[in-house]
Write a protein that binds this ligand. Sequence first.
Ligand code: PMP
Length: 444
Amino acid sequence: ATSSQSLVAFGQQHVTKGLGRLTEAVMSKGEGSYVSFEDGRRMLDFSCGIGVTNLGHCHPKVSRAAADQCMNLVHGQCSISFHGPYLRLIEKLLPIMPDPSLDSFFVWTSGSEAIEASLKMARMITGRQNIITMQGGYHGRTFGAMAVTKSKTSYSEGQFPLMPGVFAIPFPYWHQFGLPPSTSESELVRQALYQLDLVLKQQTAPRDTAAMLIEPVLGEGGYVQAPAPFLQGLREVCDKHGILLIVDEVQSGFGRTGKYFNIEYSNVRPDIMTMAKGLANGFPLSVVVSRKELTDKLKPGSLGGTYAGNAVSCAAAVAVANAFREEQVLENVGARSKELIATLSSLRSDPDVGSSIVDVRGQGLMVAVEFASPLYSAHDPALDLSAPKNLATRVAKRCMEKGLLILTTSVYEVIRFIPPLNISEDDLKKGCEIFAASLKEVVR
Ligand code: PMP
């Protein structure tokens, strides 16, 4: 038998260096809120494979539905015919859409592909070319998605020219304006909407602008909720100029923030919405939804993809939708969210670690702790430049050593908490204890 160590060595030799990794270990099993590794370690999983396995690893109803589908039809190519799981999935999605106008679906495979499709659709529907996106936004790694991604240069470094016709405005997050964390929401919204006005007057005229693209919660850009007045402001500007509003719910959707879709908090109607990740709990699947009135303008054949709407993934997604209702998942998110935010907030008054935390924020189980950031401190003489560097990365690493798999996000010092949506009270508490202990050890 191959030892765990020699497997790691094999991986290091033959897996491309282009992939980064959090740990040099070989994951072998996922069970509910836990993952195990070949070397015998078992970790509580607050990463959910980057917000994907939201019902826990290998949820029995989801795995069973996929296994059953495997024995019936694995690949029912969507440009050849309809297939059952594809249609049953749409039937499950229709009643939970954030707006009843969203009634026309295209099912694809990854979040990036959903973004590509949404950009192409916006161009084809409006006959316009340009896209306004958010500074700090993340939408994927394919060329179009990379062009509208503005969260880290490491994703696009060495890849220019990207898709042209992309303009970015700041997301209402204090870092984007070099303002302190205490800045009021209304001030951030005012500044961001002002920048939008300027872009439409100085860079891309409304008649050239097909769409605005936004994550209602910045994901890879730092876990920041877009204030409702900002989203409502975007909607107004879009309505005024016939620009489409594309809402990317790939990470924030499917119950992650306590409602099926985060955009429900602001009551804003998307023209196009993308979802993926939690949708099929780990089976590759994404969805782009819009209004039939708009998508009827598309030419048949203008969208497609060999594996788009894979039957096994669709069957898994149907089981996910059923489990959400049968197991009162959203109710659990509400209860666990309060506990998580209260526990993390209480650390702010802890004599050992309180001073290193500048923000605790989030909705549902999409929660972040932000530490003082050297990047920011460098621009603010009032802040302590001796703040420890790479605190978030070091804390996440210490957490892993103690059995908690947890991720950082953004170019700032942010740790994100995305545990399974059906996590137990005990496991949540255990994860928070490991986080607090790790933070204390690192800042000591
Ligand atoms: N949009 C958002 C908001 C995301 O968080 C991600 C993935 N992190 C994507 C798009 C891209 O999805 P994928 O990695 O499945 O291509």
